[in-house]
Design a protein around this ligand. Structure first.
Ligand code: AMP
Length: 280
């Protein structure tokens, strides 16, 4: 396994892989790897000849009041995990190399990213799309792997790749959960025991929503009301949004379509922001 910090070296190596006809799989991450990330790596390993994992805590997707400075950084452990799961290249560029003084070119998707998290985190997706486009240009992936856990991020990136004819296929992988239902997230490390107990009501509420839809409830309002009720039982949970949306457009829907509809939500557990979603 090779660890590459230089963006020039990464791009040159990716070009040489392509020249040799190798299929490249890219797994973009911000590190602090957990089973969710590992599932993406395993999926990449199934289809790609060369698996590249990027580890970069992207400053442009955090607002000044968010947790960029405190975001968990565990490079040594991450490298061990990558090695264990057969990653070929770990790309760890510096902030200065990715966003040098004077950087001024951004990718802005204006529709799919405008609602939900786009409202409470106004510049978040601009940072995500920009860093991902840079990573696509550097790693030249045939396939790029993302987790359904970040449903809106997946939808935004699919739209950017389609609109801008980016030659990579976005592969979306299932959300990995703890055995009790909590979706894995690097931010779960921030949770105290009591906060974690309350956070469990997020997945409880989402599972209930799915059960309702499976039992024939077709009204988004009833689903939202039930989720609000269940999460309302826990005093540390503050709801940022709960929406029943189309998984591609991220637009609210009037009627549930089992193929296309998801419930997506964001909450605060005290000062920790968590997101989750479930297909109905
Ligand atoms: P992050 O390091 O949080 O930026 O996440 C990197 C990638 O891992 C993104 O595509 C996430 O959607 C994905 N990911 C994070 N948590 C999970 C999870 N619990 N299950 C599946 N994928 C995940």
């Amino acid at each position: 396994m090779q660890v590459i910090e230089s963006i020039e070296e990464m791009q040159a190596l990716a070009m040489s892989f392509r020249f040799e006809g190798k299929l490249i799989g890219l797994v973009p991450t911000m590190g602090c790897l957990h089973e969710g990330h590992i599932s993406l790596i395993k999926k990449a390993r199934e289809s790609a000849d060369k698996v590249i994992v990027s580890i970069f805590v992207n400053p442009t997707q955090f607002a000044p009041n968010e947790d960029y400075g405190d975001y968990p950084r565990t490079l040594e452990a991450d490298l061990e995990q990558c090695k264990k799961y057969g990653v070929d290249i770990v790309f760890t560029p510096s902030k200065e190399a990715m966003f040098p003084e004077g950087f001024s070119s951004y990718i802005i998707e204006e529709s799919v990213g405008s609602g939900l998290c786009g409202i409470s985190r106004p510049n978040h997706f601009k940072g995500v799309t920009t860093v991902c486009l840079k990573l696509f240009n550097l790693a030249r992936p045939d396939f790029s792997y993302f987790g359904q856990k970040d449903a809106q991020q997946c939808a935004v990136l699919k739209k950017v790749v389609k609109d801008l004819n980016v030659p990579t296929e976005i592969v979306i992988c299932d959300t990995i959960r703890e055995s009790d239902g909590l979706a894995l997230s690097s931010r779960n490390r921030y949770l105290s025991k009591l906060q974690r107990e309350d956070a469990l009501y997020i997945s409880k509420a989402l599972f209930k929503a799915k059960e309702m839809a499976q039992n024939g409830v077709s009204s988004p309002d009833r689903i939202i009301a039930e989720i609000t009720h269940i999460m309302g039982l826990k005093r540390r949970i503050r709801i940022i949004y709960i929406q029943v949306v189309d998984k591609d457009s991220m637009e609210p829907v009037r009627k549930i379509d089992p193929e296309q509809t998801i419930v997506s939500l964001a909450v605060w557990i005290d000062n920790i922001r968590l997101i989750d979603n479930i297909a109905l």
